[in-house]
Design a protein around this ligand. Structure first.
Ligand code: NAP
Length: 453
C-alpha cells in the first residue's frame, strides 16, 4: 500500500492511481472466529477490546463489478466496533456465514477473520466494470448501508430491504484498514474543507441522527420542537444536538459530567442535565423502576424549558426507556435506534397510550438520507465532532475507551494518512466556516488533558 499512499500524498491523478497494482494483502484491524469464546464468564464491562482486536495483514478480496477499492486514509471507532470486539450480543461471524450463503460474491466475506469498521474517508483506486459514477482518484466518504439492489424490498426505503446490512459489522472488509472494498452506492464526496480524519468520523453517527430527527422515516422534528437528547456529547448525540439547533429546535442535552455540559454550552445548547450530578436512579433494583425518579426527571426538564419534550432521542435503552416514555410530551415521540444498557425494555404502557405518545424505531440511514447529511457537513452547517485521533495500531485502546464511556464525540483512526491534519483541499471554505467551529471537540478534549496534567 506504500505506493498508493505515496501517490495519494503526492496528489497523483486518477489515471496514475489506476495504474498502481492493488497489493495482494493489506493491513487491517480484525477479530478472529477462533476467539469468539475468549470472554466467556467475563462481565461485559471487563471484556477488553485490546485483547480481541488484532492488527495484521489480510488477503485482498476480489472486486465485484458493482464495487470499488478505496484506499482508506482515515476511519473511526463506532459503538459497533465495541460490540464486535466483545462478541456481544452475538459474535458477528454469524452475519458473515449468512452473507456467504447468498452469492459467490457474498462468499468472499465468510472468513475466519472479520475486518471491522463502519466509517472511512479515502480515495477510490479501482472501480468495477458496472460502476458508473465514481472513478480512481475520487476523494470519498463511505456510508455503511450495504444494500442488495436486486431485492425488491430494497426499493422503497433501502433500510427496509430484507437483507440490508451494515458494512464492517454485518459484512467483512470494513473501514479500519488500509484498503476496503465497498459497493459504489456507499460512496459520497468528501467535504473539501475537512482533514481525512475529520471527514471519516461523520457518516455513521451523523446519518443515523439525521434519519432519527429530520427524515420523514422517523420523528420529523419541526422548528420550535424541544428535543431531549441522551448522551448529547456522544457519537450520536453530538450530531443530534447540532441538528436540533440547525433545524430551529430547542435541545435539552443529558450528559454525565460538568465538562461535557460545558461542551454542550459551547455548541449552543443551553439546557443541560448532568445525570450523574443529579443522581437519577430510574431502577430501584434490577427488576423495579422508580416512578418518583421519572417524576423528578420530568420536573427537571420542565424547569429548563417550561414544557415537556416533543421528542426524546433514545439509545441507552433499558436504563432510560421508562423515563423517556414518561417524560415525552403528550402526543410526543420517543425515537430509538439502540439499547446500549440492555435491549429488554420495560416501561409503563399507561403513560404511552393514555397520553397518545409514540415510539418510533430507526436504524442507520438510506443512501438519500446519508447523502443529505453529508451535504449538511459539506456546507458547514454541521461540524465533525472528532475529539481525538488514534493510529490504526491503537484501535483496541480506542475501542476500549468508547466501551468505557471515557470519550467525547468521535474518535478518529489514521489508516494510510501518516499524520493528522492532511487532506484539506479547500482552505478558503474552512476559514469561511471557521476553524473554531470545526475543531470545537478537539480543542475541548485537549483542554481537559491539559487540566488533568
Ligand atoms: P457513544 O459515543 O458511546 O455515546 C453514547 C452516550 O450515551 C454516552 O456518551 C453517554 O453519555 C450516554 N450513555 C451511555 N450509557 C448510558 C446510560 N446507561 N444512561 C444514560 N446515558 C448513557 O455511542 P454512540 O455512537 O452515540 O452510540 C450509542 C448507541 O447507539 C450504541 O449502542 C450504538 O451501538 C448505537 N447506534 C446505533 C445505530 C443504528 O443505526 N441503529 C447507529 C449508531 C449507534 P453521558 O455519559 O455523557 O450521559
Amino acid at each position: 500500500m506504500q505506493h498508493i499512499r505515496d501517490a495519494i500524498l503526492a496528489d497523483a491523478s486518477g489515471d496514475e492511481l489506476a495504474n498502481i497494482p492493488i497489493p495482494e494483502a493489506f493491513r487491517a484491524a480484525y477479530v478472529k472466529r477462533s476467539e469468539t469464546a475468549m470472554f466467556e464468564g467475563v462481565d461485559s464491562w471487563d471484556k477488553d477490546p485490546r485483547k480481541s482486536i488484532h492488527i495484521d495483514e489480510v488477503a485482498t478480496p476480489e472486486l465485484a463489478p458493482d464495487e470499488v477499492y478505496v484506499a482508506v486514509m482515515a476511519s473511526s471507532i463506532n459503538f459497533n466496533t465495541v460490540w464486535t470486539s466483545i462478541f456481544e450480543p452475538l459474535p458477528t461471524f454469524g452475519f458473515l456465514n449468512k452473507l456467504g450463503k447468498e452469492s459467490v460474491w457474498g462468499k468472499r466475506h465468510d472468513l475466519d477473520y472479520h475486518v471491522i469498521g463502519s466509517d472511512a474517508s479515502g480515495v477510490v483506486v479501482r472501480a468495477g466494470s458496472a460502476v458508473r459514477k465514481w472513478k480512481p482518484g475520487d476523494k470519498v466518504n463511505i456510508h455503511c448501508n450495504y444494500v442488495d439492489d436486486q431485492d425488491p424490498t430494497s426499493h422503497d426505503d433501502s433500510m427496509k430491504g430484507a437483507n440490508q446490512r451494515i458494512w464492517g459489522f454485518e459484512t467483512n472488509f470494513g473501514g479500519l484498514a488500509d484498503l476496503t472494498v465497498v459497493k459504489a452506492n456507499q460512496l459520497m464526496p468528501k467535504p473539501g474543507h475537512l482533514t481525512w480524519e475529520e471527514s471519516a468520523v461523520n457518516a455513521l453517527c451523523a446519518s443515523t441522527s439525521y434519519r432519527m430527527l429530520v427524515s420523514d422515516n422517523a420523528s420529523r422534528m419541526k422548528q420550535g420542537d424541544t428535543v431531549l437528547i441522551w448522551g448529547a456529547s456522544g457519537g450520536l448525540g453530538g450530531y443530534a444536538t447540532q441538528l436540533v439547533l440547525n433545524g430551529g429546535g430547542v435541545p435539552i442535552g443529558v450528559v454525565s459530567s460538568p465538562e461535557k455540559g460545558e461542551l454542550l454550552n459551547q455548541m449552543g445548547c443551553e439546557a443541560v442535565i448532568d445525570r450523574k450530578a443529579e443522581a437519577y436512579e430510574f431502577w430501584s433494583d434490577p427488576h423495579t423502576q422508580d416512578e418518583t425518579e421519572w417524576r423528578r426527571f420530568g420536573k427537571r426538564i420542565r424547569s429548563l424549558t417550561n414544557t415537556d419534550p416533543d421528542i426524546v432521542f433514545e439509545h441507552p435503552g433499558r436504563q432510560t426507556m421508562g423515563a423517556s416514555i414518561f417524560a415525552v410530551a403528550r402526543g410526543g415521540t420517543v425515537v430509538t435506534c439502540a439499547a446500549t444498557s440492555g435491549y429488554m425494555i420495560e416501561y409503563d404502557n399507561r403513560h404511552l397510550w393514555m397520553k397518545l405518545k409514540r415510539i418510533v424505531s430507526s436504524h442507520f440511514a438510506n443512501y438519500n438520507e446519508a447523502w443529505a447529511m453529508n451535504r449538511l457537513i459539506d456546507s458547514g452547517a454541521i461540524q465533525p465532532i472528532m475529539s481525538a485521533v488514534h493510529d490504526l495500531e491503537d484501535v483496541g485502546t480506542a475501542a476500549s475507551s468508547v466501551h468505557h464511556n471515557e470519550h467525547e464525540g468521535k474518535l478518529a483512526v489514521l489508516c494510510l494518512a501518516p499524520e493528522a491534519g492532511l487532506g484539506i483541499d479547500n482552505q478558503e471554505k474552512r476559514e469561511r466556516i471557521g476553524e473554531d467551529k470545526i475543531t470545537l471537540f478537539q480543542r475541548h478534549a485537549r483542554s481537559l488533558t491539559a487540566k488533568a496534567e
